[in-house]
Write a protein that binds this ligand. Structure first.
Ligand code: DAH
Length: 366
């Protein structure tokens, strides 16, 4: 057998034995690569006499073609086998239900905040924000709670170990009221804002969580009086609860930042053992529920915020957003608001498309 014939038989046998694409590639390089043995034979043609070349060239080129074809055929065979194996391995059960598209829902607290913004925008209020990490001047002092004021102790404040560059103690704000100070200091008067947001107190049970939400309201202008306060809150609550029979009762109270201060109660009535807001709380089967704190902004607070109390007056209120959501949408455990339980969120949450608008109803559920 000639050398060429031995090379041919050996190459074809090894190609046929190749078990996978990688092994086949090694053989391709070995025979047909730049340094390959068949490529080497091709190079010998240049040194031959024309006569020799005439007989050798077709034999060597024929060998090259035969080996290249064998490699291509083997490659196709291996690819087919690989595809076949994958098709049996990766079983697709077409009778299974399609996977659910990822879904989220809007938390009731976010929804209520959107409802508040919508209602108050209609009354000419804009939404203001302030930092959750506050200093004790904005959170207390400027709200007429001096260092030694007993109301400070009642706030169960989370303090940071550090003080800021002005030597003020840093804390997690205990209420949204510091936004009153910041907004007046920045914008001056007149002003009409609501400030919804997170607040923090070291307190925890079924109706208290260390973090909860409030919405602050502030109206400062010329000749603003308590009547404006009552009308504004009544108009807001009627829109929010979507009932015209919301009745408010103002009770004298005390907050350092308001003078006079009033506690606002809302009337409820018993409907099949459930307390439903609306109706005159003094009637039989009716009652009053404490809803929020408010009052005419204390002169000292206006002064702290750089507003002239001889020219301007106004009112403010603070209200629990989580509590509002519970009253409107019927949840009874505040802790569930912050557990992150997906089933709760799915049940009480809102569709992102369910945007509150006054025209469509601020509480419309899809
Ligand atoms: N900041 C008070 C609190 O957290 C609530 C409050 C009461 C806010 C009266 C006010 C107000 O603006 O006038 O308990």
């Amino acid at each position: 057998m000639t050398e060429l014939a031995m090379l041919r038989d050996n190459a074809l046998a090894r190609i046929d034995d190749a078990s996978d694409a990688a092994a086949l590639e090694v053989l391709r390089v070995e025979y047909l690569g730049k340094q390959g043995s068949i490529s080497g034979l091709m190079k010998t043609l240049g040194k031959m006499t024309p006569e020799e070349r005439q007989t050798e060239a077709p034999r060597i080129q024929g060998l090259r073609t035969e080996v290249a074809d064998a490699i291509a055929a083997k490659k196709a065979e291996l690819d087919d086998a690989e595809l076949e194996a994958r098709l049996t391995r990766e079983v697709l059960d077409l009778t299974l239900p399609a996977p659910q598209a990822p879904q989220g829902s809007v938390h009731p607290v976010s929804q209520v905040m959107d409802e508040l913004a919508e209602i108050f925008a209609d009354l000419g209020f804009s939404v203001a924000t302030g930092p959750e990490i506050e200093d004790d001047w904005h959170n207390f002092t400027a709200l007429n709670m001096a260092e030694t004021h007993p109301a400070r102790a009642m706030h169960d404040t989370f303090y940071f170990p550090d003080v800021d560059s002005d030597g003020r103690r840093m804390l997690l704000r205990t209420h949204t009221s510091p936004v009153q100070i910041r907004s007046m200091a920045e914008q001056g008067a007149p002003i009409r804002i609501i400030a919804p947001g997170r607040v923090y107190r070291s307190d925890s049970d079924a109706t208290h969580t260390p973090m909860f939400h409030q919405v602050e309201g502030l109206v400062i202008g010329k000749g603003i009086h308590l009547g404006h306060l009552k009308w504004t809150l009544e108009t807001f609550l009627k829109a929010f609860f979507e009932r015209d029979d919301i009745v408010l009762r103002l009770r004298p109270s005390y907050f350092p930042f308001t003078e006079p201060s009033v506690e606002v109660d809302v009337g409820w009535q018993d409907v099949n053992g459930r307390r439903v807001l609306g109706g005159d709380g003094d009637a039989p089967g009716h009652g009053w529920m404490e809803l929020l704190g408010s009052g005419m902004v204390n002169r000292r607070v206006l002064e702290f915020a750089g507003v002239d109390p001889d020219v301007y007056s106004g009112f403010a209120w603070g209200l629990g957003v989580d509590r509002l959501a519970m009253l409107k949408y019927g949840m009874d455990d505040l802790r569930a608001f912050f557990d992150g339980d997906y089933r709760w969120a799915e049940h009480y949450g809102f569709s992102p498309f369910d945007q509150p608008t006054l025209s469509a109803g601020v509480g419309a559920r899809a």
